[in-house]
Structure formats: structure tokens, C-alpha cells
Design a protein around this ligand. Structure first.
Ligand code: S3P
Length: 172
């Protein structure tokens, strides 16, 4: 599979709560590649948390920084990269991924996403009265774009390991 990837990164795409980070870690360890999360890199580069960035600079600035950080990561050594949920909405980022990566969209349904994000609060886009409605709107806006990923994987009631196995098989 590594040969088939030919040095390209494996890039995980999907909404908040889809399980990009967890799946990314499993895939990375199976492929023997390092794992990195774009949100973590943004926090390290800015020395601020994602909520602080949104609060102090707004979403627009966050998106600029996100684009730059991901462009840098794509220029570095081969890795499994988990993207923040909004990152793939940038055409520039999608082009860079098409050139340097293989993108996997983890497609999850609303109830699963909502139950997962409820367990880990603090996401700036969901700090409102109707986080579930927000997620539903984001699904509508983003799923057509996520559909441009190289591969769509339905999040299923499978163990992480079993799901990672299916993804790796599909990439081969
Ligand atoms: C966002 C998703 C978050 C983070 C930021 C914005 C989004 O990442 O980048 O809060 O626009 O969907 P996760 O998808 O890792 O939660």
C-alpha cells in the first residue's frame, strides 16, 4: 500500500465528530507512518487554542492560518494527516491535497456526529443554542464538497481496527 501511495499523504476529511483523529491514528500505525492533526499544528504554530483563535481573530483569520499550516504539512514528509472539519472547503487546500495526498472522507450520520461532539465540548462553531441544527446545516453545505475526496467511507458500527482495515484495503 505504501508503494501504491507513492509518497503521498493519507488525508482524513469529515465533520467534527466523524472520528478523523482516532481513525487517523489507527491507519498511521498500520501503515507505519507518522500521524499529525492539523488542529494541533495550528495550535502549536499560533501558541493559542482553537477557541482562543476564533475568539481573538475570528473565523476568517483561522481559515487563513489553517490553509497555510496544511500547505506546509503537505510539503513535508509522508504522513497520515487528520484535517479540521472545515479545511477541505478551501479549493486551494483541495488542490494541494489532490497533488500530494490521498483523501479519505469519513461519512457519518447526524446522530453519531452529535453524540460524539457532545462528549467533547469546546468547538467554537457549536457554541450556540442549537449545535445539532448547526451540524445538520454543515452536513448540507459540506457533504457535496467532501464528496470530492478520493474515497468515501461510511462510518459504521465496526471497530476502529476493522474500519481502518477496510480503508487500507480500499486504498490499495
Ligand atoms: C472546524 C472543525 C474543528 C476545528 C475548528 C473548526 C470546522 O476540527 O478545526 O473548530 O469548521 O468544522 P475537528 O473537525 O477536528 O473538530
Amino acid at each position: 500500500i505504501l508503494q501504491g501511495l507513492d509518497g503521498r499523504h493519507v488525508v482524513l476529511v469529515g465533520l467534527m465528530g466523524a472520528g478523523k483523529t482516532a481513525m487517523g491514528r489507527v491507519i498511521a500505525s498500520r501503515l507505519g507512518l507518522p500521524f499529525i492533526d492539523s488542529d494541533d499544528e495550528i495550535e502549536a504554530a499560533s501558541t493559542m487554542t482553537i477557541p482562543e483563535l476564533f475568539e481573538n481573530y475570528g473565523e476568517g483569520e483561522f481559515r487563513d492560518l489553517e490553509r497555510r499550516v496544511i500547505a506546509r504539512l503537505l510539503g513535508e514528509r509522508q504522513r497520515v494527516i487528520s484535517l479540521g472539519g472545515g479545511a477541505f472547503m478551501s479549493a486551494e487546500t483541495r488542490e494541494a491535497i489532490a497533488a500530494h495526498g490521498f483523501s479519505l472522507w469519513i461519512d457519518a450520520d447526524l446522530d453519531l456526529l452529535f453524540s460524539r461532539v457532545s462528549r467533547k465540548p469546546g468547538r467554537p462553531l457549536l457554541q450556540n443554542r442549537d449545535p445539532k441544527g448547526t451540524l445538520a446545516r454543515l452536513m448540507e453545505q459540506r457533504y457535496p464538497v467532501y464528496g470530492k475526496a478520493d474515497l468515501r467511507v461510511k462510518s459504521e458500527e465496526l471497530s476502529r481496527d476493522a474500519m481502518a482495515g477496510k480503508m487500507i484495503e480500499a486504498m490499495a
